[in-house]
Design a protein around this ligand. Sequence first.
Ligand code: PMV
Length: 321
Amino acid sequence: MSAGSAVAVAHPSLALVKYWGKRDGGVNIPATSSVAVTLGALTTRTTVRLGPAASPDRIVLDGREQPAERYRPFFDAVREAIGDSPSFIAESTNDFPTAAGLASSASGFAALATACLAAAGVPIDRARSSRLARIGSGSAARAVYPGFTVWRAGAESAAPLAGADHWSAFRVIVVPVATGPKAVSSRDAMNATRATSPYYRAWVDSHEELAERSIAAIAERDLEALGPVMRLSYARMFGSMLGADPPIRYWRPETLAVLDAVDALRREGVAAWETMDAGPQVKVVTTTDDVATVVARLRPLAAMEPIVSAVGDGATIVEPA
Ligand code: PMV
């Protein structure tokens, strides 16, 4: 592609152990360490062109022009990082529903940061893309890396833990139970939890241990050790939200039906462990041995066909089609 433009692809980052809450002293500095996997089956593709200085930045997502204010801190951070002041014209498409709570902001800002740096002619350094992507969306800091990732409490960028080929049998089944936009953004929900929930401190204080246990379980490729830690992380995250004033509750009746079905599968000896994010959808971690059984059981409870993903690659520059 000509100088001054670039195309990048990236995949969402699913936290197995959650980032929930921000520290003071920077944009999206996490209060808790998170441990995540990059989901190869879902892809965001973003084209960036440099425009004249002092022109407005523009971003079109799945054909819709996005409000510029949401992106301003991100684009300003890119201009500062490259030491130049072009405007950015970006066009992005997701091959999965944006508003269904499938972490599109993670892949979106990972692809956008990577494409902006490449369009500006800056060599791609993932730690730098991670730092910039974080300004747009915290979880995007992890999505620039392939495989399994860690983002430490207080850190400005995430780091790789293990590559995409580390655990080849690992599968995530995304089970959408509701489509349509969520009522409260993760940003607003995190801030409200921190400001009003008496359980927030307990959440933060109890979480580091879970991050360490999940890292050890991933190193051993041990789903029976990882699963209970994942469950504690998401359950305690929602516990902290339920303590907010007013309480934040993303779960729907359909969510509980899926959680019950996953419990039942485990009682039958199937290795399946769920997690959830700031929305009603459920993501189930399993392995190639059990994926067909889990999909068959959960499909009737889903609002859309479940999406099965292996461990994916990090954000990369691609040639235009
Ligand atoms: O960075 P955001 O605004 O997409 O927030 C992510 C929050 C969770 O998905 C709930 C947890 C996580 O670590 O991804």
